[in-house]
Design a protein. Structure first.
Length: 293
């Protein structure tokens, strides 16, 4: 049986129109006229022999056949887009970087202006995530993660620095606590519920196991500590600037957590991601030298 050729442009026009629910919005996305979208959709309907949209022109909706086709086309076009991006080495388009949210806000963004100054033509698009990296499914170019081996398959691993953690609190609370952290409220984060236990075991510090206030996100907990609501265990990269400014103090030891920060990038030559990872290594080296805590 000979298959009837189907226009990729017609499929793209229908996918955009179905996804947006309006042909005018599809036309704006694809940078064509409303009439061009309408003609492509009509051509696709004629080729397939089915009706994909129904209703008045100003309020059309998908038919059952259109709904079925759209549900398959959306992931198909997503996969096509990802496949092209994984092999493309072009100066056009953004560099997609995935990074844990608190690390992004506390360490990466305050330094990102230096990369922008050196590479003004490269737009860095940040996505907050701490999930395991799978470059066969994920569309980003570089992922920054904290953890330990094994890392993602098929990724080049760029070590940044080892993670150290310790208690931080405001100067006023530090005066209250003295050498006894049990005198002030201890703060916890759902994302690292064993941070206090791990730090106590690694540092040899004995503190009662009383549970204090718990926050859903790590950066909520850090803001609570900075506002004088208690003491928390924090990674050094998240609080180094606050300690330098005097907003927080760290009267107790920072110790290695057994994890490290790394940049993961697709194992291929890609100029934008290479430039970004080289810049990350320079920033990480400067950070380590400036803050040997």
């Amino acid at each position: 049986m000979t298959r009837r050729p189907i226009s990729l442009n017609a499929l793209r026009a229908f996918e955009a129109a179905g996804r947006h629910g309006r042909m005018t919005l599809a036309a704006q996305e694809l940078n064509v006229t409303h009439g061009a979208i309408s003609r492509q959709v009509q051509h696709l309907e004629n080729t397939l022999g089915v009706t994909l949209f129904e209703g008045p022109k100003n309020a059309q909706c998908l038919t059952e056949a259109g709904t079925r086709l759209l549900s398959s086309l959306i992931p198909a076009f997503d996969q096509l887009d990802m496949a092209v991006r994984t092999v493309a080495d072009t100066e056009e388009g953004p560099l997609d970087v995935s990074c844990p949210g608190t690390f992004t806000m506390r360490w990466l963004i305050p330094r990102l202006y230096r990369f922008r100054a050196n590479q003004p033509d490269i737009e860095v698009r940040l996505t907050a995530s701490s999930k395991p990296v799978d470059f066969s499914r994920n569309g980003f170019d570089v992922a920054i993660r904290v953890g330990s081996d094994p890392w993602a398959d098929g990724a080049e691993v760029v070590p940044l620095f080892k993670e150290t953690m310790g208690p931080v609190l405001t100067p006023a609370l530090a005066d209250v606590a003295g050498h006894d952290l049990s005198k002030v409220a201890r703060l916890h984060s759902r994302t690292r519920r064993h941070a206090w236990k791990d730090w106590c075991e690694r540092s040899g510090t004995l503190i009662d196991d009383k549970v204090g206030a718990e926050y859903e996100h790590f950066y909520f907990m850090l803001e609570a500590a900075s506002s004088g609501l208690g003491v928390c265990i924090a990674p050094w990269p998240f609080v180094s600037d606050d300690i330098r400014s005097g907003r927080l103090v760290a009267p107790f030891r920072f110790i290695e957590s057994g994890q490290e920060y790394v940049a993961l990038r697709r194992n291929r030559r890609h100029r934008k991601s290479m430039l970004f990872c080289d810049w990350l290594k320079e920033e990480a080296n400067a950070f380590r030298k400036a803050w040997q805590y």
